[in-house]
Design a protein around this ligand. Structure first.
Ligand code: ADP
Length: 504
């Protein structure tokens, strides 16, 4: 290299260094993302329903309180809607279906979905904060798991809108009309996206009822639909409790009900809707098993188990709430599990270091406490991580029961909290029998270094999703749904479009 060139290169290096240095303040080596608290989320004192493209007051004039489960503070008030509000929303959805949405080309519908997806990305920080305030889940989950998936579901389904002829090659498909969608409180915005995005892509219009505990991000999504210029009435959001949901299920103008929630309510809805010609999909409870074989990478498996059950406070339908561990490695697994559980940080969900946030509501908190209390009388050993908990709000330290009988309530009932039930097995056949010994069949995890063993065991498991050497991984391209009392129908992927189409 000539001298001139060397000098020039040095000068360029200096320039780069100078350019970068303006970002580095004194004593600081890296630039951090702003703290979640630094993003201001505007929240109105009360919210009405989103019907026909406008926010309107509930007909009864009644509102419910929406509280932050981590602090107990009142966040805002939301409409407590009745059958008359549902009727207005269904009428608005029907009008939009007949006059606009069903007449648009798939490509045009796709454009709206892409637009919604992009606005979600732009407003993702605000949405993540609101989700965490309303539901108690750690900000690192709402920010890094929920929100990217919410946007992904809109992007993915936007891509399908003009390709519906390929959903079932050789068959003709058509939209079905007005869809009633009822969702739970554990993944509020994600559940809304799972339901709204495929329904819209397929040309249907929607009345969505979010869970009474967590309606705020769905109402924000209504604002986003407006911002995206979505025609009025294509998406309607009506808030309320069980009676509001029941009115939606019973409404004669609704062509399909998509429900995610508890198995009890699911069965009740199936009985009501079964008397009509409504299409029905159900994503219900679970009691999923993580199976660790002796040949597994134990550290990774333990981490996967922790993620499987303690992620989102165990408020996950497919939570790995049962651990089946091969007898020969039980002691080492328990030792590593305890060590790992002691490191879990429980506390303020808005703190980005928090691993385990607040239990969603007092009702759920009481249910977890009562099941654990009962579990302690049913044999086996109980262990709970010795972490300090905030004095305000609903917090529960992660815990497990080991060697309880298969009939103990903790082994059978869906706790929906950070409570793990551990038992052992000796052979792959016994592992499969034990994993399938449940009324549910939503998910399972298999941990082994041997691919052939994973395939053999997976083939015997009666579960809709089976993860191998990982757990709780979701993707818009992959169908999700259950066997047995975990429900029927699939959400996500090509399969997730079928419930929203009439196939001819
Ligand atoms: P979870 O135990 O997860 O709260 P639920 O099944 O109680 O599950 O609630 C899930 C959703 O179903 C919520 O939006 C709730 O308001 C709604 N819901 C509750 N009862 C009924 C009902 N009888 N008919 C329709 N929807 C209902």
């Amino acid at each position: 290299m000539t001298k001139k060139k060397v000098i020039k290169k040095k000068a360029t290096k200096k320039k780069v260094a100078k350019k970068a240095s303006h970002k580095i303040s004194k004593g600081m080596v890296f630039e951090y993302a702003p703290a979640p608290e630094s993003t201001k989320v505007e929240i109105l004192p009360k919210y009405g329903n989103f019907i026909g493209g406008k926010f309107v007051a509930p007909k009864s004039g009644k509102y419910m309180e929406s509280r932050n489960p981590a602090t107990g503070e009142l966040i805002t008030k939301i409409a407590l809607s009745n059958a008359s509000d549902i009727d207005s929303a269904v009428k608005a959805a029907r009008k939009a279906y007949t006059e606009t949405w069903s007449k648009l080309s798939g490509m045009d519908r796709g454009k709206y979905l892409f637009r919604i997806a992009r606005i979600i990305q732009e407003r993702s920080r605000e949405l993540a904060i609101l989700e965490t305030m309303d539901g108690g889940k750690p900000i690192k989950e709402s920010r890094d798991v929920d929100l990217p998936l919410v946007a992904q579901h809109f992007f993915y389904n936007a891509g399908w809108a003009d390709k519906l002829d390929y959903v079932m090659p050789g068959k003709k498909v058509k939209s079905i009309g007005v869809c009633g969608q009822i969702i739970p409180w554990n993944f509020p915005l994600m559940m809304a996206a799972w339901k709204i995005a495929p329904a819209l892509a397929c040309g249907n219009t929607i009345v969505l009822k979010p869970a009474e505990q967590t309606s705020l991000t769905a109402l924000r999504l209504a604002e986003i639909c407006k911002e995206a210029g979505l025609p009025d009435g294509v998406v309607n959001i009506v808030t309320g409790a069980g009676e509001t949901g029941a009115a939606l299920v019973e409404h004669k103008g609704v062509n399909k009900i998509a429900f995610t929630g508890s198995t009890d309510i699911g069965k009740h809805i199936a009985r009501t809707a079964g008397k009509t010609d409504k299409k029905l999909t159900m994503e219900l409870g679970g009691k999923s098993a993580n199976i660790i074989f002796a040949d597994a990478a134990i550290d990774q498996a333990v981490d996967g188990v922790v993620n499987g059950i303690y992620f989102n406070q165990g408020h996950v339908c497919c939570a790995g709430s049962r651990l089946l561990v091969e007898e020969s490695v039980k002691d080492i697994v328990l030792k590593k599990l305890q060590k790992r559980m002691k490191q879990i940080r429980v506390g303020n969900p808005l703190d980005k270091n928090t691993d385990l946030g607040a239990i969603n509501s007092k009702e759920q908190f009481d249910k977890i406490k009562s099941l654990v209390k009962q579990g302690k009388t049913e044999g086996g050993e109980f262990w709970q991580a010795p972490c300090s908990l905030p004095t305000k709000g609903y917090f529960f330290a992660p815990c497990y029961f080991v060697d309880q009988s298969g009939s103990a309530s903790i082994s059978r009932e869906e706790v929906f909290g950070p409570v793990l039930s551990i038992t052992t097995f000796r052979t792959p056949e016994e592992a499969v029998i034990k994993a399938n010994d449940t009324a549910y069949g939503l998910a399972a995890g298999v941990w082994s270094e041997k691919g052939s063993k994973i395939h053999k065991v997976a083939a015997g498991l009666r579960a809709g999703v089976i993860w191998a050497n990982t757990y709780n991984k979701f993707d818009a391209t992959s169908p999700f749904g259950g066997f047995k009392e975990s429900g029927y129908g699939r959400e996500g992927g090509r399969h997730g479009l079928l419930p929203y189409l009439e196939v001819r």
